[in-house]
Write a protein that binds this ligand. Sequence first.
Ligand SMILES: NC(=O)c1ccc[n+]([C@@H]2O[C@H](COP(=O)([O-])OP(=O)(O)OC[C@H]3O[C@@H](n4cnc5c(N)ncnc54)[C@H](O)[C@@H]3O)[C@@H](O)[C@H]2O)c1
Ligand SMILES: O=C(O)C(=O)C[C@@H](O)[C@H](O)[C@H](O)COP(=O)(O)O
Ligand SMILES: [Zn+2]
Length: 364
Amino acid sequence: MQSVIKVDLGPQSYNVCVRSGGLDELGSLMGGLNLGKKVLLVSNQSIFRHYGERATAGLESAGFQVDNCILPPGEQYKTLNSVQKIYGAALENRLERSSTMVALGGGVVGDMTGFAAATWLRGINVVQVPTSLLAMVDAAIGGKTGVNHPLGKNLIGAFHQPRLVLIDPDVLKTLPAREFRSAMAEVIKYGVIWDVELFEKLESCKRLDQMRYVKADLLAEILSRSCQAKADVVSKDEKESGVRAILNYGHTIGHAVESLTGYKLVNHGEGVAIGMVASSRLAVELGMWDAECDGRQLDLLAKAGLPTKLPAGMDVEEILKSLQLDKKVQDGKVRFVLPVRLGEAAVSNRVDGDVIIQVLKEML
Ligand SMILES: NC(=O)c1ccc[n+]([C@@H]2O[C@H](COP(=O)([O-])OP(=O)(O)OC[C@H]3O[C@@H](n4cnc5c(N)ncnc54)[C@H](O)[C@@H]3O)[C@@H](O)[C@H]2O)c1
Ligand SMILES: O=C(O)C(=O)C[C@@H](O)[C@H](O)[C@H](O)COP(=O)(O)O
Ligand SMILES: [Zn+2]
């Protein structure tokens, strides 16, 4: 599998390179990009155990001087405290303004490394080497970086575009099944908001809950269509002043569920799946989207093995409070991304609290 997708942002443009076995070529691909000599490779313990040696060897053979910073795995560590550890490693290894941080990992490593790179010395280079399907199709592309606040998801962050995104799909062979399922939420998201053909392809696949049931050609198509959708949207609106907000479909309620469950019980993709079910129902209530499409989305999420109900015991009033921390809130009013028709979504501020409560109660 080999393809290149361009994120078109004028002088800040970069490529998303999809290459089987590409991990070994990390150094040579970075070699032509004027990225300085020093590299800080940031990863987590389990990913580094699998892939750290190969990434380091490739970088060193291309002439880079490599140090590393290994963090504990898990969304609960997506904190300023972990970023402080990256700063510590940057200081210890004397990273310079021309140096580069390389994120080798899932979205958690990617978001934190991107944020550390955005802020260290007021901004140094970052290269994203996503290892989870979710990070490949979404998190590594587009330059949103950041960490969680104990009360809210991604409340601290910056836009900082990578210089290169290198996807080696071969590393997915070690990805746990639950993480494959979570990523399918973001893939289905692209189908609903942007790419109706992708949605229909997913519908035609019998099993979507584990990678081994998905044919290699469909997996390749899922990967490239998703990266293309993300690149298209980001290229139109880098900093979410318009159309980019649709990438937040399912995230308003999803983020609330993630943070209220302590970033442990429900992972990102699962939160997004729950949020997509809720947003779709809200859109039906508002007469914006038909019940048949709502049903098709629900079936697809269920087929992918994703949750479609709120976790037991969740307090609807607490969710409502948490929604106020969403970054799309404008003049104190929560705004939702709602589907309009398959392949199209829009931001709405017409959703009243009582309808949200009704929909959430039905999802308990
Ligand atoms: N910046 C963005 O645009 C954006 C987009 C989507 C999601 N995100 C963020 O990404 C995060 C979720 O990302 P995620 O789902 O990758 O979670 P994650 O980074 O926690 O990775 C999930 C788990 O899979 C493991 N893992 C990753 N790759 C592996 C591999 N190849 N082999 C074995 N294990 C592997 C990780 O160690 C971790 O335990 C959330 O914090 C979310 O907010 C950001
Ligand atoms: O790239 C975007 O824009 C997105 O919204 C993609 C989302 O999948 C992603 O989870 C993002 O981190 C959410 O951003 P936030 O601004 O709601 O924190
Ligand atoms: Zn997301």
